[in-house]
Design a binder for this molecule. Structure first.
Ligand SMILES: [Zn+2]
Length: 151
C-alpha cells in the first residue's frame, strides 16, 4: 500500500465487486491526484480483493468498452484531418475539433468506463468502491464518515 504519506488502509476481505464471495484475487488500483492547489502530486497504489468471477467479468466489460472507445475515437479523429487538409491556412478548426474529441473522450470515460471500475479515488484521496455495501464496510473499518446518500 502506498499513499505517499503512508496511510494504512484496512480493506474488508470480501470481493469488492459483489461483496458476497471472498476476494481471492486482487485488482490493482493506481491513482494520482494533485493537492495543495496543484503543488503536490499524491500517488496511491493499492491491491483490492476481488473474486475470480467478478475479476474476469470486469476485465471482459473493460476490454469491450475500451475497444468501442478506440473505434469511436478513430472514427472522429478523421474530422480534424479532413478539416486541416480542406481548410488549409485556417488552423482554428483542427484545434476546435481537437478540443471536441478531448471532450468526447472524457464524456465516454465518465459515462461508461468509470461506472464499471471496482474502485476509484475521488478528489482528496478517498477510495470510492462501486459496491455500496463494500464501500460502507470499508468506511466503517477505517473510521471514515459515511458517504453522502449511501445509507
Ligand atoms: Zn465478486
Amino acid at each position: 500500500m502506498g499513499y505517499t504519506d503512508d496511510i494504512t488502509l484496512i480493506l474488508p476481505k470480501e470481493c469488492c465487486y459483489c461483496n458476497s464471495a471472498l476476494g481471492t484475487e486482487s485488482y490493482e488500483l493506481k491513482a494520482s491526484w494533485l493537492e495543495h492547489g496543484g503543488r503536490i502530486r499524491k500517488t496511491l497504489i493499492i491491491s483490492v480483493p476481488i473474486c475470480k468471477t467478478c475479476l474476469s467479468e470486469y476485465k471482459t466489460k473493460n476490454k469491450r468498452l475500451s475497444l468501442v472507445g478506440y473505434l469511436l475515437l478513430a472514427s472522429v479523429i478523421g474530422i480534424p484531418i479532413i478539416l486541416f487538409t480542406s481548410l488549409e491556412g485556417n488552423c482554428i478548426w483542427p484545434i476546435v475539433a481537437g478540443i471536441f474529441i478531448f471532450g468526447l473522450y472524457y464524456l465516454y470515460d465518465d459515462r461508461f468506463i468509470q461506472p464499471i471500475l471496482p474502485v476509484r479515488v475521488i478528489p482528496g484521496g478517498t477510495l470510492l468502491f462501486r459496491n455500496n455495501a463494500y464501500d460502507k464496510e470499508y468506511r466503517n473499518l477505517n473510521f471514515l464518515p459515511p458517504r453522502e446518500g449511501n445509507d
